[in-house]
Design a protein around this ligand. Structure first.
Ligand code: AHR
Length: 514
């Protein structure tokens, strides 16, 4: 049995979680939109074609913000194709995912869907094949009340009131050669700066995120952020980060260590952003938008998993089936995000339905939860409040994480990985949430948490997610193979919590003020 000790003090805080930390992502990709959130004719569809079974699961999952419409897709997207009468909208080839985009779902449908799902929109503009002009026109179409050609166009399309979109991404992964009209950092920085200026001149209340690196493993990481921020620092509020964790090597211990590289990635981007600020003698602190994160590898490298020949509409691509161990690595990523609540203000789980997603559907049929659904739902439900510094003592292990990029094979050292990965949140109701990931694959862990300067607390919720088979999955036929169960052996007395965590388990304990 391993032992771990954690000390927290209600006054020692990292920062408050921004409600937008619990975001997700809907891209025009595979069956995320068509056959996912939108399926006219489905038995549960409402009059707008929104699947109500999916909406119910989205509400249970609890995202607060949805990034849209891409992703790689946005770098070739003409937003004008997706507005106006549906019967006159053009079908187009989508060169991001080699499929046909029918455009029957577009900006206005997305805004209506966000209202139905009770989430805020985060829109991305095309800074691949298009530029500042199309971007500023979209802001005018969405946010200007009326009296101009584009705002009146929205009104004639049936949306009288402006959508009031507050958060905007200036393009997507422009550092990646796979992107339509991939650019150098200098070219992108200048383009993003000019687009940002015009977008904000139209609506000064909007917030803007510049593209950072599409991964810490990119050869240009670091230099990219530095150059882009030299151009955009005065015009943007966020710099983006993307990470997809993998277990290509079937080395589970290293896979579970890999979220710690998200911590490093965040620290490094913060250091670069603050260095750019220092060069300007500026006290502005740029915040981070971790607007794509997840586990993704099985359907990533083989063309057959990414592309269906013949330019189909909504092909079943990137339909990653998540295992128990994926949910553990995913939970580690949730803890990394919480522990950087001071600088990571926006985060989007990529993606929401069918495409590398916590929710799966059958076209014409049912919907179910993947294993990763649960840590995200716990994060959103129990993670709101003041994240506390955790002083943890846990034994550690060394690992090396394989993270290839294209044809380049590369590994990164992850030294001194604590078996216990943890976060603590003082919740708004005076309670305390503890997120506890036991990364030991074989041994149980006895955890003792001393919670200082809290009033009287009592154990209110305690859940555990684990399975003897780390490769177990949920499916249409067995949707409940992996699901949370009550965590046994939890006591709280005299400000000290004792719990025994099973090997390879994700655990959440919520204490309420008594
Ligand atoms: O989420 C899938 C894809 O991953 C997105 O389109 C892209 O931005 C990233 O490479």
């Amino acid at each position: 049995m391993r032992k771990a000790r954690v000390l927290i003090d209600r006054d020692f805080a990292i920062g408050h979680t921004d409600p937008r930390l619990f975001g997700a992502f809907v891209e025009h990709l595979g069956r995320c939109v068509y056959g996912g959130i939108y399926e006219p004719g489905h038995p549960t569809a409402d009059e707008r074609g929104f699947r109500k079974d999916v909406l119910a699961l989205v509400k249970e999952l609890g995202p607060t913000l949805i990034r849209y419409p891409g992703g790689n897709f946005v770098s070739g997207y003409n937003w004008e194709d997706g507005v106006g009468p549906q019967e006159t909208r053009p079908a187009r080839l989508d060169l991001a995912w080699f499929s046909t985009e029918p455009n029957s779902f577009g900006t206005n449908e997305f805004m209506d869907w966000c209202r139905a799902a009770d989430v805020a929109p985060m829109m991305a503009v095309n800074l691949g094949t298009r530029g500042g002009d199309a971007a500023r026109n979209l802001v005018e179409y969405c946010n200007h009340p009326g009296g101009t050609a584009l705002s009146e166009l929205r009104r004639t399309h049936g949306w009288d009131k402006p959508h009031g979109v507050k958060l905007w991404c200036l393009g997507n992964e422009v550092d990646g050669p796979w992107q339509m009209e991939h650019k150098s950092a200098g070219d992108y920085g200048a383009l993003a700066r000019e687009a940002a200026k015009m977008m904000r001149w139209i609506d000064p209340t909007i917030e803007l995120a510049a593209c950072g690196s599409s991964g810490r493993n990119m050869p240009t990481f670091g230099q990219w952020e530095d150059t882009v921020l030299e151009h955009t620092f005065d015009h943007v509020d966020y710099i983006s980060l993307h990470t997809y964790l993998n277990n290509y090597k079937q080395d589970t211990a290293s896979f579970l260590a890999s979220p710690d590289l998200m911590d490093s990635f965040i620290d490094e981007v913060v250091a670069i952003a603050d260095a750019v600020a220092a060069r300007r003698r500026s006290n502005k602190r740029l915040m981070l938008s971790f607007d794509e994160w997840n586990v993704w590898y099985r359907t990533r490298r083989n063309r057959a998993d990414r592309v269906r020949e013949g330019w189909p509409v909504a092909p079943p691509i990137l339909e990653e089936i998540y295992t128990m161990e994926d949910a553990l690595a995913f939970g580690g990523a949730c803890i990394s995000l919480l522990n950087h609540a001071d600088r990571v203000k926006v985060a989007c789980l990529a993606q929401l339905v069918n495409v590398i997603a916590p929710i799966m559907t059958e076209t014409g049929g049912g919907a179910w939860r993947q294993t990763t659904f649960f840590p995200f739902a716990h994060l959103s439900r129990f993670g709101r409040g003041k994240v506390l510094r955790t002083q943890a003592e846990s034994e550690t292990y060394d690992s090396s994480y394989y993270d290839p990029r294209g044809t380049q094979e590369q590994s990164f050292p992850v030294p001194s990985v604590p078996y216990l990965k943890t976060a603590a949140v003082a919740t708004e109701d005076g309670g305390l949430s503890l997120f506890l990931l036991n990364r030991d694959l074989k041994q149980e862990m006895e955890v003792s948490v001393e919670a200082r300067r809290f009033g009287r607390l009592k154990v209110c919720e305690r859940v555990e997610l684990r399975h003897d088979d780390l490769k177990a999955t949920n499916s249409k036929h067995a949707p409940d193979t992996i699901k949370p169960a009550p965590l046994q052996n939890v006591t709280f007395e005299g400000g000290r919590l004792q719990a025994t965590l099973k090997p390879a388990s994700w655990n959440v304990i919520h204490l309420s003020a008594s």
